[in-house]
Design a binder for this molecule. Structure first.
Ligand code: NAP
Ligand code: GLV
Length: 308
């Protein structure tokens, strides 16, 4: 039985070392050195080959190196091959610090100070109390709930939007399409931490922006496909939205003439909010393999119905 790693080659060398250390019996191969494709039972991948089963006829399980699994074409993966998303604690830690940074930057008007500095302008803005800045998080899963807990001490009124009802300490919970309008109407800084699915694609578009309070701002740490670029630019230019901090884009990197690089009210980072660190992620991978071998359901199993 062999595990094939198919993602960033530099991190592949680290995965190989860490797995050799922790699971010496597991044979690890690094793409494109596949060897006999019939040996490959486990695939640890960012993007699998187009037709994973044709490529690896004995494939038993796919482990995603990322928390998001929108890059997988599930129509090419039979339902009996489980797909498990990445549950590395380093992803949570990175996301918490990134979103805290972005929310605080927007709360304390950093985009305006960056503009003023470029113009040599000493421009003071009276700070708004946290109690008057309402934060809304789209998504209340592993990352959304950790971000929520990290923002709690600042005193912002907090809310989340999810697909299914739940209680969350310190936050108002809004659910499904019926809850979206009320959630948006009370949100000054909107953070997107949704998975990209057919239901969530384009959710950061004109319809959503028009329901936010005038001058609201957004943070997109989900996927580029959540955001409609032309709608964002129009909303920023009209002043309907005041600023956007984006970590993801439809094409990464965006082409040189893309407004994400140049728009004065957009701050772009290169998809670094969080990443998988083999040294901490290895526990989740080995636990999934152990559960799979024991006939148990791996934690982080992707639901084919929901798409996340
Ligand atoms: P998760 O645990 O699966 O949580 C997803 C949340 O979104 C859940 O609360 C879910 O609701 C909600 N949701 C999904 N579809 C919805 C819909 N149609 N309507 C309302 N709510 C919906 O995922 P996660 O681990 O928190 O990760 C979220 C996403 O973050 C990933 O999919 C990935 O795209 C992105 N990400 C980005 C980076 C980066 O560096 N920028 C890093 C890691 C992850 P329920 O709870 O009701 O199911
Ligand atoms: C990164 O974007 C991830 O989904 O883990």
């Amino acid at each position: 039985m062999a595990l094939l790693y198919k993602a960033d080659p530099t991190r592949g060398e680290i995965w190989k070392r860490v797995l050799a250390d922790r699971a010496p019996d597991l044979e690890v191969r690094l793409w494109p050195e596949v060897g006999d494709p019939r040996d490959i039972r486990l695939l640890l991948a960012w993007e699998p080959p187009e037709d994973p089963i044709a490529a690896f006829p004995n494939l038993e399980m796919i482990l995603s190196v990322s928390a998001g699994v929108d890059q997988f074409d599930f129509s090419r993966i039979p339902p009996e091959v489980p797909v498990v998303r990445m549950l590395d604690p380093n992803i949570v830690e990175g996301m918490v610090s990134y979103v805290a940074m972005a929310v605080l930057a927007l709360h304390r008007d950093l985009p305006t100070y960056i503009d003023a500095r470029a113009e040599g302008r000493w421009h003071q803005i009276l700070n708004r109390p946290a109690a008057e800045r309402r934060i809304g998080i789209l998504g209340a899963g592993r990352l959304g709930s950790a971000v929520l807990a990290a923002l709690a001490p600042f005193g912002f009124p907090l809310a989340v939007w999810a697909r299914t009802p739940r209680e969350m300490a310190g936050a108002e919970v809004f659910v499904g399409a019926d809850g979206l309008d009320a959630f948006l109407a009370r949100t000054d800084i909107l953070v997107c931490l949704l998975p990209l699915t057919e239901e969530t694609r384009g959710i950061l578009g004109a319809a959503t922006f028009s329901r936010l309070p005038e001058g609201a701002s957004i943070v997109n740490v989900g996927r580029g496909g959540h955001l409609v670029t032309a709608d964002l630019v129009a909303a920023l230019d009209e002043g309907r939205l005041s600023a956007a901090i984006l970590d993801v884009a439809d094409a990464e990197p965006p082409p040189p003439d893309h407004p994400f690089w140049t728009h004065p009210r957009i701050l772009l980072t290169p998809h670094i909010a969080s990443h998988t660190r083999p040294e901490t992620a290895v526990d989740a991978v080995l636990d999934a393999i152990r559960r799979h071998r024991a006939g148990e359901t791996p934690i982080g199993l992707v639901s084919r119905d929901r798409g996340y």
